[in-house]
Design a protein around this ligand. Structure first.
Ligand code: FEO
Ligand code: CA
Ligand code: CA
Ligand code: CA
Length: 663
């Protein structure tokens, strides 16, 4: 989700201003290690922005050729000609590749699903069509094939001003969205969640199998089960669910993962925006909800459904903020909220099998000054018995990361009874610890990070990559070795190496892999290699993927005309050898969009990327220069038809004539 679109430009757009506040971490956990003085300042940044355009205008073709030679000599793992960074209405991919739109918001997913009609949308239709704002993309091969499988896609949130005709008025250059009626809310709820859909490559092109037996939509009303230590606890009981085990729906599913046993995990991230109302100040959940920013009331669901009003149903919000696991092999399976993995603003859940068979999930809590976690299953993965793995996520140890300035880190167990996680601090059980995972992390003295997003283990080299998107609220006296820049506007990447190469280890070594931003502006303090061109640098790393060769692909959220003079996209980032910290632009999104996905099929011949909230914004782009909304859009990607709105979509990238990507 984008946090750069100016909030003042839109009144009630249902666009959550993701974690754009001061952060909800009130603790004074000491910053550790040597304080690195930062030269980055607001003034320096403005100077830098001017420098960006000056440099962009003066890079000669000769200089670019020289850069190419430098890259070849430095042994990059990626072989493609990078595209130019920039901004326009379309998507762009490297020469020699096709980027075909595979699934758009509203595309029918079942034989009996209605065709998309934006003027006649209903919740019933939406529940059978591809949802809005695709984020995580996973591929689950069918019978081991890289050309036939299930695509699993999260639908993170909805942008009402882009989705619905006739609800926006414009005054003094700002758009105002009318109050929702129940029909609109119901459509929004059906546009959230996830999609599971069979896809097949035929004649080199990916197709949706519309009558696939396993096709499924998951929405904000799908029945789910609370499972693990929190199931049945008093703090998750509601008027509708006296047992505290049955929840309806999931929302704000950001990134996610596919488990080694082939289930789909969805991370519930910015759940605070869906709740409204007021808890009495002395209510027992007041501090818990404050730490999570609940309620924020961005959406109007509480106007029609009491469960989203914290005054009427004070425990409902404790039933969100979890990792949800879906068994894709049975379209009627009840998804399970795996409470053992903690409750916070879950960004993703990428996993890997450790040395002795335990499965390790890396988890980010995407808020300024929040934490990096991992979950290690108690049981072992059984590759020969899928059913035996289906409840692995109910038992295990959750850890939170503490980074030291000497390049080491520790995983601190988030376990009731250990350290400060006791009755003295208000925890009566592991369920209490998990419901208030953030407070447990505060008490343990975890390291406050610059918004942890996707965290990706690499099976080829044994390392783990942590995307830290940015944190402009970090002050100079709050910097530490793992978060080394004050006013960190562009984010950074950290690389972890677990002790003994064991992903289940409780400590290891870390290093900053890359500080993002324009490397030609000294004040920014970016650390891309000198082989990185003016197109190759980026800001705001978010989702990422590691391919079968162990190469890192980074998607971004928040590049814009104003922030970096470019749209978001997919950057190929070298991590090994002399080419380390060299980055190249492979794909870029249309104006207003954020880049999500990415995912490479196991054979590395297909890459799936998700173009999220295209057309959301346009004021700061000289090609448009005004607010963008349904009737006046900065782009009508991907259809470019006057009677079709802009539509978030998944794009399949393949090499012309076949072959592995960027090899
Ligand atoms: Fe939904 Fe943290 O990005
Ligand atoms: Ca983000
Ligand atoms: Ca994200
Ligand atoms: Ca990922």
């Amino acid at each position: 989700m984008n946090d750069h679109f100016p909030p003042e430009a839109v009144f009630r757009t249902s666009q959550l201003e993701e974690n754009d506040g001061p952060g909800h971490n009130p603790t004074e956990n000491p910053t550790m290690g040597e304080i690195i003085a930062s030269r980055f300042s607001r003034r320096g940044f403005l100077k830098g922005s001017l420098a960006v355009s000056a440099i962009a205008a003066t890079v000669s073709p000769l200089a670019l050729i020289t850069a190419d030679n430098a890259r070849a000599a430095s042994g990059s793992a990626f072989n493609f000609d990078e595209i130019e960074a920039g901004i326009d209405e379309k998507h762009h991919v490297a020469a020699g590749y096709d980027a075909d739109v595979l699934l758009r918001w509203g595309d029918p997913l079942f034989a009996d699903a209605p065709e998309f009609d934006p003027n006649n949308q209903s919740a019933e239709a939406q529940a059978k069509q591809f949802g809005y704002n695709n984020d995580y993309v996973g591929f689950i091969p069918l019978e081991g094939s890289s050309e036939h499988g299930l695509l699993v896609v999260n639908h993170e949130y909805t942008n009402e001003h882009l989705m619905f005709p006739g609800i926006v008025t414009v005054a003094e250059g700002k758009i105002k969205v009318s109050d929702a009626d129940q029909k609109r809310v119901d459509i929004e709820m059906a546009a959230h969640g996830g999609t599971i859909v069979e896809i097949k490559k035929e004649g080199g092109k990916w197709q949706v199998v519309r009558d696939g037996k396993l096709n499924r939509r998951i929405t904000s009303t799908t029945e789910m089960q609370l499972s693990g230590p929190v199931a049945g606890h008093d703090r998750v009981k509601t008027n509708a669910d006296a047992a505290g085990t049955k929840v309806f729906g999931t929302f704000n599913n950001c990134a996610g993962g596919v488990t080694p046993w082939g289930t789909y995990v969805m991370a519930e991230e910015n759940i605070h925006g869906y709740f409204a109302g007021e808890l009495p100040a002395d209510h027992k959940e007041a501090a818990n909800y404050k730490r999570m920013g609940i309620p924020e009331g961005t959406y109007q669901w509480a106007s029609f459904y009491d469960r989203f009003d914290v005054a009427k149903e004070p425990n409902e919000a404790n039933r969100f903020g979890w990792i949800v696991e879906v068994d894709v092999n049975d379209p009627n399976s009840v998804p399970k909220k795996r409470t053992a993995m903690g409750r916070f603003k879950h960004e993703g859940a990428e996993s890997i099998v450790a040395k002795d068979g335990q499965v390790v999930f890396y988890l980010g809590d995407d808020e300024r000054f929040d934490y990096v976690y991992k979950f290690v299953t108690a049981g072992k993965f059984n590759p020969d018995d899928r059913a035996a793995n289906l409840d692995l996520l109910d038992e295990g140890t959750l850890y939170v990361a503490k980074f030291a300035d000497d390049g080491s880190f520790e995983w601190l167990p988030v376990v009731f009874g250990q350290g400060p996680l006791t009755a003295e601090n208000g925890f009566a059980s592991q369920a209490d610890v998990l419901i208030e995972t953030r407070r447990a992390g505060d008490l343990l003295g975890a390291t406050k990070m610059d918004r942890p997003e996707d965290i990706q283990p690499n099976a080829v080299n044994g390392k783990v990559y942590v995307m830290l998107t940015n944190n402009t609220k970090r002050k100079a006296d709050q910097v530490d070795a793992a978060n080394p820049r004050a006013e960190n506007a562009f984010g950074h990447l950290i690389e972890l190496v677990e002790e003994g190469g064991d992903f289940a280890a409780t400590k290891g070594k870390w290093e900053v892999l890359l500080k993002c931003g324009d490397p030609s502006v000294a004040e920014v303090g970016a650390s891309f290699s000198t082989a990185t061109t003016a197109n190759g640098w980026f800001g705001m790393p978010d989702n990422c993927a590691v391919d079968a060769d162990g190469r890192l692909w980074v998607a971004t959220d928040g590049n814009s005309p104003k922030a970096t003079g470019r749209t978001d996209g997919i950057w190929a980032v070298d991590t090994e050898g002399e080419a380390r910290a060299t980055s190249k632009l492979f794909f870029r999104v249309p104006v207003g969009a954020e880049m999500c996905g990415p995912l490479l099929a196991p054979d590395m011949q297909s890459m799936f990327v998700a173009v999220q909230h295209p057309g959301d914004g346009g004021e700061d782009w000289e090609g448009f220069g005004r607010p963008s909304y349904y009737e006046d859009l900065s782009t009508r990607w991907p259809d470019f038809k006057d009677d079709m709105p802009v539509r978030p979509a998944v794009v399949a990238i393949t090499r012309q004539g076949g072959g592995k990507i960027a090899v």
